[in-house]
Structure formats: C-alpha cells, structure tokens
Write a protein that binds this ligand. Structure first.
Ligand SMILES: Cc1cc2nc3c(=O)[nH]c(=O)nc-3n(C[C@H](O)[C@H](O)[C@H](O)COP(=O)(O)OP(=O)(O)OC[C@H]3O[C@@H](n4cnc5c(N)ncnc54)[C@H](O)[C@@H]3O)c2cc1C
Length: 465
C-alpha cells in the first residue's frame, strides 16, 4: 500500500484546522497511542490528532483522501484486538474529546450523543431520568463510538441483546469526507440496505461515527442477583443452558471459577461472600414487577438446588453485596493480566449447549501445550474469554505456543458451531482465524463492501479483512 509519508505541510494543515495543542507528531507521540489495552500490536501514527467537531473530521478525511494518507480512529483505546492501532502510520484520529451529550428525547426515548461520550456517562445521564441504556460491556470507560464500532456485548446480552439493537441512527463521515445520515429516531426502518447495521461492528474500517442516536427504555425498577455455588465446573456450566431451557430466562449469567475469583480478589484486595466453592454462576433478574421477579428468583433457586446440583443459593440483594460480587467479577481481566508478563486472549462464542465440552477441550489443550489458560465467560450467551498467559516462557516459545494453541482452539470451536468473536471484534489480531472460518466467498463479499466505502483503503487499513 503506497501511502504518502506525512510532511511538515500536512502537520501544518492539521494544526491550522484543530489548533496546535490538539496535534502531536512523530517522536513527540506518547507510546500509549501506539497500542490498545491488550498491548500486543504496536505501531505509531505520524500524527495524533484530537478532533472536537464533525466538520474537522470531514476536512481531515477530504485531505487524507486527496493525499492518500491512512487514518485510524481511536476512542478510549480499551480494545483487545489491536483495532485502533495505526498499522501504517498516518493520522490517529482521536474522538475522545467529541464527548457532548446532545439531546435526551423523552418522547421518542432516544439519546443523541457524540462518539467520544463514555459508557459510564451515558448510564449516569439516563438513569437519573429513570431511563435505561441496556448494553453492559465490562469496560465502562470505553467510548460509545468504540462500543458501536465493535458491536460491544456485555453481561446483559441474553435479555437485552448487544449494542447493535440499541442504535437507532448514526451520522458517519465516509473516507472521502461526505457526511451520511443512517436511520434516525425512528423505531422501524425498512429503507433499502441496512447500512447503519453494516457500520456497527465494522471497527472503523468503513466510516467514522460522529453522532449516534441510542434507544432507551424505562429503567427496570428492581434487579436481584444470585450467587450459586457448585461442587464443580461441569455442573455450573451445564446449569446455564438448563435454566434457559426451563424458561426462567435471566438478564445475565456469568460463570466464575475458584481460580479466576482468587486472582481477582488478590488483585482488588477484596473478597466476595461465600468464596470457598469450586465454581459459581452469578445470575441476575431484573424488571418492573417485583412479584414477577420474586417468582423468577424462587423458581431459579429451586431449580438450581433441586435439579442442577447447586450446593446452595445466596441472594445478592444489598448494595454492598452487589458491588462486592460484581466488582470482583468485573476485575477478572485486569487480575489475569496482572498475574503474568503477557497475555493473549480469545473471545470465542459458541452455542451455549456446547460450552461445557469446549471448555473441557481448553483444559486438555492447556496440559498438552504447557500454557496456563485461565478463562471466564458470559455463559448465558455462549461468549467465553480465554487467556493464554506467557508466565516464564521465552518470546520464541510463547509465539509458537500461542499460534499452535489458538489454531487448535478455534478449529475445535468451529466444529462446535462457534465463531471467532462474540464481542471484541477481529481488528488485527484475529484476522487469520476469521478468514479460515468464513472462507473465500464471504471474504470476497466483505472486501467488495470495503472497496465501495473506501476505494483507496485509507481508513484503518490492515484490519478485519
Ligand atoms: C477490562 C475490560 C473489559 C472489557 N469488557 C468488554 C465487554 O464486556 N464487552 C465488550 O464488547 N468489550 C469489552 N472490552 C473491550 C473494549 O472495551 C470494547 O471493545 C470497546 O468497545 C472499545 O471502545 P474504545 O472506545 O476503547 O475503542 P477503541 O479501542 O479506541 O477502538 C476500538 C475500535 O473502534 C473503532 N472506533 C472507535 N471510535 C470510532 C468512531 N467514532 N468511528 C469509527 N470507528 C471508531 C476503532 O478504530 C477501533 O477499530 C473490555 C475491555 C477491557 C479492558
């Protein structure tokens, strides 16, 4: 790819457009902007540019398109597949300061936001008005632009779905600098091809999101969680699909195992109540009708103990218990990262009926290749997070084992009807596995879509396809 090497003239154009203080170039760029949260893919941009207005994004894209300069968008950089890393240098377009909440529309139940608004600010804004934005990815300091671009999932996906179901409209700047409006505040839309849905999950390769209209619902009045301990992992994992089969469909079901729990407790310096069992499900129910929730809780508790071999059921119904249990759950990734020198992660998703058998295979694989592989997962929706830990392995040995292990693991997942990513996306790190899974025809169609949005391949080149 024959991109232009950026010069002082290009830097001057950017500084004149967004202000000197919002442009950093070449050796002055901090290393943090050369990688995302996973940290295994590293490449510096030539210019780090903070944008605050749509028209700045538009002007930058017109310029980059004309001069053939690659542009990579970055939100908070909490991604885990290298998606916001500028592999070919060029401009790193930072949308984190486009962070205004534009309009809360209580009649249409929508929230219009700029892409740099953080997930935690969205919750705060709508919940104090008695409203609810349901997607619940673990990292609350991610931007909504990043969440939309990765179609982020999270813990409440069983009941409420993922980010795509919560985006009504988008304003997008195309790689040649046009502003297009996709969808809007409307509830239904059958107007031609679903371009909005194509942009969602496209990881900044098709267009730059400069505004989003999100769907809201009234905030559920009550949420109750259950911490359910089991004798062993097999029973805990088998219980999640059974609960759904028995039609007591929860809002979230997370699988916790003793080892990951201990990492997280040590890392956070906090303990959860009843922390001495081998495996747990953390199940939650929410809604507006207290009696109905109470009924669900009673049925689920009785099924867990009497039918699914649970040892007990502990109610997590006070604020203190809720925050201690969910904080420990939320700390898993950081804790696993802190337990070793380097990690690589797999965010495979499987039909939930096959999770038990797949995790059995992962444990065998860990023995076979001699790598510590902790994991946890949103077992209710079949999405697992599996971590290879480098520990004391040499760099060469680590590379070899990760490559062999990931290939075997994905091959097995595909035989169980699994897919490469449930929520973190493909980015750079998972391209090879996606290509193997999808095959030539689907890749050809995807490349055609990329070409029609971005004929010069200047937007986030080297990602997804
Ligand atoms: C502790 C932890 C827990 C996590 N838990 C979850 C989880 O439960 N579920 C989940 O889905 N993810 C999770 N993640 C991953 C990460 O938070 C998400 O992928 C998130 O959506 C990334 O948002 P970001 O703002 O950090 O985007 P970045 O990492 O900056 O970018 C991600 C991608 O989005 C693109 N992008 C960003 N903004 C725009 C824009 N305005 N227009 C076009 N493209 C754009 C980038 O180019 C890149 O391709 C977790 C991460 C961590 C560290």
């Amino acid at each position: 790819m024959n991109y232009k090497k950026m010069t002082n003239e290009d830097f001057s154009f950017l500084k004149a457009l967004v202000g000197n203080e919002n442009v950093t170039v070449l050796n002055d760029i901090e290393k943090d902007f050369a990688h995302d949260e996973l940290g295994t893919v590293v490449s510096f941009p030539e210019a780090h540019v903070i944008v605050k207005e749509k028209n700045q994004v538009q002007m930058i894209m017109k310029y980059a398109y004309e001069y053939n300069i690659p542009v990579t968008v970055r939100g908070s950089g909490t991604g885990l597949v290298g998606a916001c890393v500028p592999l070919f240098g060029g401009i790193l377009l930072d949308t984190s300061k486009m962070n205004r909440i534009i309009e809360l529309d209580k009649t249409n139940l929508t929230l219009r936001v700029e892409p740099g608004v953080l997930l935690l600010d969205i919750y705060e804004c709508v919940e104090k008005e008695g409203l609810f934005y349901a997607p619940d990815p673990g990292e609350k300091t991610a931007t909504i632009g990043g969440n939309i671009s990765t179609n982020a999932g999270g813990m409440r996906a069983i009941k409420y779905g993922v980010t795509r179901e919560w985006v009504r409209g988008l304003e997008v700047i195309t790689p040649d600098g046009e502003l297009i409006k996709l969808g809007g505040k409307v509830v239904k839309n059958s107007t031609g091809y679903g371009l909005k849905d194509l942009i969602i999950g496209s990881e900044g390769t098709l267009g730059i999101i400069v505004e989003a209209t999100l769907k809201l619902i009234p905030k559920p009045k009550k949420t109750i969680s259950l911490l359910v301990p089991f004798k062993n992992r097999e029973d805990a994992i088998a219980a999640a699909p059974r609960l759904i089969m028995d039609h007591v469909i929860p809002t979230a079901v997370e699988f916790l195992e003793k080892q990951s729990l201990q990492y997280s407790e040590e890392f956070l310096g906090k303990k959860i109540p009843h922390n001495n069992f081998e495996a747990y499900l953390l199940i939650s129910y929410d809604g507006n009708n207290e009696i109905a929730i109470q009924e669900d809780i009673e049925i689920a508790s009785s099924l867990c103990v009497n039918k699914y071999n649970a040892i007990d059921v502990f109610l997590v119904d006070t604020e203190e218990r809720r925050s201690s249990v969910w904080n420990v759950r939320g700390g898993f990734l950081e804790a696993i990262k802190a337990s070793t020198s380097e990690i690589d992660e797999c965010d495979v998703v499987l039909p939930r009926s096959n999770i038990g058998a797949f995790l059995e295979y992962v444990r065998e694989l860990s023995q076979e290749i001699g790598v510590r592989i902790p994991y946890f997962g949103h077992v209710g929706d079949g999405n697992l997070h599996i971590y290879f830990c480098k520990d004391n392995l040499s760099d060469a040995m680590w590379k070899e084992k990760v490559s062999k292990g990931f290939n075997l693991m994905y091959e097995k997942a595909f035989t169980y009807g699994g897919l490469v990513s449930g929520e973190h996306g493909i980015g750079y790190a998972k391209r090879e596995y996606m290509q193997k899974l999808l095959g030539g025809k689907q890749m050809e169609i995807m490349k055609g879509i990329k070409k029609s949005f971005d004929p010069k391949n200047i937007l986030n080149p080297g990602k997804v396809i």
